[in-house]
Design a protein around this ligand. Sequence first.
Ligand SMILES: NC(=O)C1=CN([C@@H]2O[C@H](COP(=O)(O)OP(=O)(O)OC[C@H]3O[C@@H](n4cnc5c(N)ncnc54)[C@H](OP(=O)(O)O)[C@@H]3O)[C@@H](O)[C@H]2O)C=CC1
Ligand SMILES: C[C@H](CCC(=O)NCCS(=O)(=O)O)[C@H]1CC[C@H]2[C@@H]3C(=O)C[C@@H]4C[C@H](O)CC[C@]4(C)[C@H]3CC[C@]12C
Length: 293
Amino acid sequence: MNLRQKILIPLVGMVLAIYFYSGKEEFKPEMLKEKRVIVTGASTGIGEQIAYHLAQMGSHLLITARTEARLQQVVAHCLELGAASARYINGSMEDMNFAQAVVKKAEELWGGLDMLILNHIGKSYFHYFNRDIEHVQKLLNINFLSYATMSVSALPMLKSSGGSIVVVSSLAGKIGFPWTVPYSSTKFALEGFFNSLRQEFVMQNINVSITLCILGLINTESAMKAVSGIYPIPPAPKEECALEIIKGGILRQREIYYKYMFTKIPTLFRDWAPELMDYFIRKSFNVDNLNQD
Ligand SMILES: NC(=O)C1=CN([C@@H]2O[C@H](COP(=O)(O)OP(=O)(O)OC[C@H]3O[C@@H](n4cnc5c(N)ncnc54)[C@H](OP(=O)(O)O)[C@@H]3O)[C@@H](O)[C@H]2O)C=CC1
Ligand SMILES: C[C@H](CCC(=O)NCCS(=O)(=O)O)[C@H]1CC[C@H]2[C@@H]3C(=O)C[C@@H]4C[C@H](O)CC[C@]4(C)[C@H]3CC[C@]12C
């Protein structure tokens, strides 16, 4: 390496570091005080924990899922935790009219919206693709189209508040893992839709941030039930995961990776050595533990 390279390379590195990391705002819980937030898929799992964190930070909450009894319990606990207000609306995100009705409810309650956290997913499986295209279609509606529908409906309110869209996605939306064909399709769709939309927001000076959350395995009941004994990486805690999602959204980050080691590193490998990445993934799955029914 000649002298010029010895000087140039560290210099470029320093400039890039300053450009990307300067002006990074520190997270403070009070940033969420009185913020008006919709959280979908909040009857259990990560969504439930997001609601509890926001409640402790003093947000106004509108939570949604299908199971009304669970939503009532979550709302009650949110109020105990200090939410500025907490309401629910129950229904299925398979119905785009319901997806729009959730946003309408927020407009009726608050006259505006600061953050839309899109988190829900429909039931799927962790197994070889069973060639059921109708299931793929249904999951695309629940896991993708309803996210797009809600974002479109909420955009006027988010534009006037300079708010944020938070999209809960997965490593399965960055890398092709086996046994997640329908689910992975919906997460890749989110990547394309929201990364393209973010470009258009910048070009049109629309001050609405879009944060994609790239998650690895999280210790929610449904995920644990789906992958027990098959997936080699230990699950991360849903409570901490939920907090990282909130931080990424309020700090208007482009993406968050959680747990970083198990999501960002594989994503880098995906681009540097895709075949090697695919090989390691196939080798790391305990195929023998996969129930053969
Ligand atoms: N857990 C994990 O390992 C990982 C999770 N993620 C992502 O995190 C998010 C949350 O996952 P997780 O907490 O594990 O999920 P859960 O299965 O624990 O919760 C799913 C939520 O969605 C709701 N839901 C299910 N079907 C529908 C429907 N048709 N319409 C509306 N709501 C529905 C459920 O409530 P109800 O049944 O009452 O409708 C529930 O509140 C998802 O986007 C997932 O892809 C990403 C990577 C890893
Ligand atoms: C198969 C899981 C979906 C479970 C489900 O049906 N949830 C809804 C239940 S409800 O309708 O009753 O509410 C998948 C959910 C999360 C997936 C995991 C994930 O996203 C992280 C990893 C990503 C990687 O690409 C593949 C392995 C994952 C562990 C992935 C496995 C499938 C899920 C557990």
